[in-house]
Design a protein around this ligand. Structure first.
Ligand SMILES: [Zn+2]
Length: 490
C-alpha cells in the first residue's frame, strides 16, 4: 500500500513522519522505502542508523560526525542520560531550548533522532520490571523508571521518533506463558501512556512520532496487545520496533505499511541480509562498534567480487593488530573512499593502536561506517535490480559466516558495556594502565640511570679498561701493570 507521496511534505504538520514503500514483492520479501521527516535528510531504506553511546557514536567526536558515512539518523537510549538517584535532575532535562536533545548531544540539524529506553543491545538487569516500571542500567548503576517518567522525558526532549516502552525480560533464557501474558498487558498499557502524554501536549510544543514495539513472542501470546493496537492505536503510531525479525510473519497486515526498525541484534552481515530479505527497513548495528573496539576493520562488499577458482572463503574484516600489517603501507581496503583509507595506511593505524592513541579507533570506526554505508547502498540497488536473492547466495558463498575474532586489546571499557552477570565477577575489567616494575626490572632501570652502586662500579670498570686500551682482558697479566690492593699495603 502506498502512503502519501513525499511531495506533500510541505502540507504535513511539522513533525509528521512520512514513509513510502517504493518497491515490495510480498509480505515476507525485501522492500525499498523512503522515510521523510520535515527538516531532516530523506532516508532510503533499507538503511542503518548510528548507535550512540552517551549521545555520540563511539570514537566519533561531533566535528568528525560528517566524515562518518551515511548517518542520516541516530538511536539514543535514555538510560545513558538519567541518574541513579531519582531526586537529582539529570543535566539533559535542564536544557531550555527548542530541540533540547539535539542541542545536548550537538547533533546536526538534518539528522533524525530516535529515542528508546534501553541501549542496543540492552544489558540484563537484576531487578524485574513491575506493572508501572522497567528496570534500567544507567551509566552509574541500576534503577527503575516509570512509564510516566519515560513519556514525560519524551515530551521534554522532543526527539523525532520515540520507541514505546516494551516489557521484555532481556537476558532471561526461558520466559513462561504467564510472564508472556504480562509482557503483552504491560506493553499495551505503556503504549497508551505515551500516546496519552503526546495528546496532552500543547499546540506550540514539538511533537514526536511513536514507534510501537512488537514483542519477541508468538502472535497468539501478544494477541491482547495487538488487538488493541489495531483497534484504537494504529492511527497514533508511525512505525513499529521489531525485537525478533524471524516473527515478522506474525505481523498483522494492518501494520505492513509502517516502517520497521529492528532491535533484533545481528551478529554478522549475513544476518543483516536475512533480516532485509524478510522486509526489515531500519537497523541499529551494534557489531560495528564491537568490531571497531576490537581493532577489526570491516572488509566486505555486496555483491562480493568474482570468486577466483577454488579460493577459500574471505574474512569479513581485517584484524588491524596482525603483526604482518606493521609494514603494510596500503589503505585498509583498496576500493574504500572513506577518510581513513584515502589518507592513511594500515601500518600507521596499527602503530596508533599499539600506542593506545585514540585516533586509531577513530579511523577504524570511520572506515567501518563507510563499509556499512556502501553495503546498504548496494543492497538497495540489488533489490531494485531484482537480483537480491542471487546476490545474497554469492555473498554467503564468498565470505566466512562470522566476523574475525578479537586478538588485540580494545580501548578502556565502561561498566555499562558489560553484561550484568560479568559485573559480579572478581578481577579487573580493564588491565592496570600503570603498575610497579618487578625487582629485576628496577635494578636494570636504575643501572641505566646510573643509580645502582653495584652495577655502576661494573660500568666504571669497563670504561676504565677501554681507556687504557686493554680491550682484551684474557691472557693479560694485570698484576705487574696495575697496583693491586695487596701491593699498596705492602
Ligand atoms: Zn575505508
Amino acid at each position: 500500500m502506498l502512503q502519501t507521496p513525499a511531495t506533500n511534505i510541505g502540507q504535513l504538520p511539522p513533525e509528521m513522519l512520512d514513509f513510502t514503500i517504493l518497491k515490495s514483492t510480498g509480505s515476507l520479501a525485501p522492500r525499498l522505502g523512503r522515510l521523510s521527516l520535515p527538516g531532516r535528510k530523506t532516508v532510503l531504506t533499507p538503511a542503518f542508523i548510528g548507535n550512540t553511546s552517551r549521545g555520540a557514536i563511539p570514537h566519533i567526536s561531533q566535528d568528525n560526525f560528517r566524515k562518518c558515512g551515511g548517518l542520516e539518523g541516530v538511536y539514543i537510549p535514555l538510560e545513558d542520560f538519567i541518574e541513579k538517584h531519582p531526586q537529582k535532575t539529570p543535566p539533559i532535562f535542564k536544557i531550555e531550548a527548542r530541540d533540547p536533545l539535539r542541542k545536548f548531544i550537538a547533533l546536526p540539524n538534518d539528522t533524525f533522532t530516535v529515542l528508546g529506553a534501553r541501549r542496543s543491545p540492552p544489558i540484563s538487569t537484576p531487578v524485574a520490571h513491575t506493572n508501572t516500571e522497567i528496570s534500567l542500567l544507567t551509566s552509574v548503576g541500576f534503577r527503575s523508571m516509570t512509564s510516566e517518567y519515560y513519556a514525560a522525558a519524551a515530551c521534554k526532549l522532543q526527539p523525532d521518533i520515540v520507541v514505546g516502552l516494551a516489557d521484555i525480560p532481556f537476558g532471561q533464557e526461558v520466559v513462561g506463558t504467564k510472564r508472556k501474558d504480562k509482557m503483552s498487558d504491560r506493553t499495551e498499557m505503556w503504549l497508551r501512556d505515551i500516546i496519552a502524554k503526546k495528546n496532552g501536549m500543547g499546540e506550540e510544543e514539538r511533537k514526536f512520532n511513536i514507534f510501537a514495539p512488537i514483542l519477541p513472542i508468538e502472535r497468539d501470546l501478544q494477541s491482547w496487545y495487538l488487538e488493541h493496537l489495531l483497534d484504537d492505536m494504529v492511527d497514533k503510531i508511525s512505525g513499529v520496533a521489531i525485537y525478533d525479525a524471524y516473527l515478522l510473519d506474525d505481523l498483522p497486515d494492518e501494520l505492513h505499511h509502517l516502517p520497521r526498525l529492528s532491535f533484533h541484534v545481528p551478529a554478522s552481515p549475513q544476518e543483516l541480509l536475512r533480516q532485509v530479505s524478510l522486509g526489515m527497513d531500519l537497523f541499529t548495528i551494534p557489531f560495528i562498534n564491537f568490531a571497531s573496539d576490537a581493532g577489526i576493520a570491516l572488509d566486505f562488499t555486496f555483491p562480493p567480487p568474482a570468486k577466483i577458482g577454488d579460493s577459500p572463503r574471505q574474512a569479513l574484516g581485517i584484524d588491524m593488530w596482525d603483526p604482518e600489517l606493521a609494514v603494510s603501507v596500503t589503505p585498509i581496503s583498496g576500493g574504500c573512499t572513506c577518510n581513513a583509507c584515502t589518507k592513511h595506511h594500515r601500518a600507521y593505524i596499527q602503530h596508533l593502536l599499539s600506542a593506545k592513541e585514540m585516533l586509531g579507533w577513530v579511523l577504524i570506526q570511520i572506515h567501518n561506517h563507510a563499509v556499512l554505508d556502501s553495503f546498504f547502498t548496494s543492497i538497495r540497488a540489488s533489490i531494485e535490480a531484482g537480483t537480491f536473492d542471487a546476490d545474497v547466495a554469492t555473498f554467503s558463498a564468498f565470505y566466512e559466516p562470522q566476523l574475525p575474532d578479537k586478538t588485540g586489546q580494545g580501548p578502556r571499557v565502561r561498566g555499562y558495556q558489560f553484561k550484568s552477570e560479568e559485573h559480579g565477577k572478581s578481577g579487573k575489567k580493564n588491565p592496570k594502565a600503570y603498575k610497579k616494575f618487578d625487582e629485576e626490572k628496577i635494578v636494570q632501570l636504575r643501572a641505566a640511570h646510573g643509580q645502582n652502586k653495584a652495577v655502576r662500579d661494573l660500568v666504571d670498570d669497563e670504561a676504565l679498561v677501554g681507556l687504557v686500551g686493554m680491550t682484551d682482558m684474557e691472557g693479560v697479566k694485570l698484576d705487574g701493570v696495575a697496583l693491586g690492593e695487596d701491593e699498596v699495603k705492602a
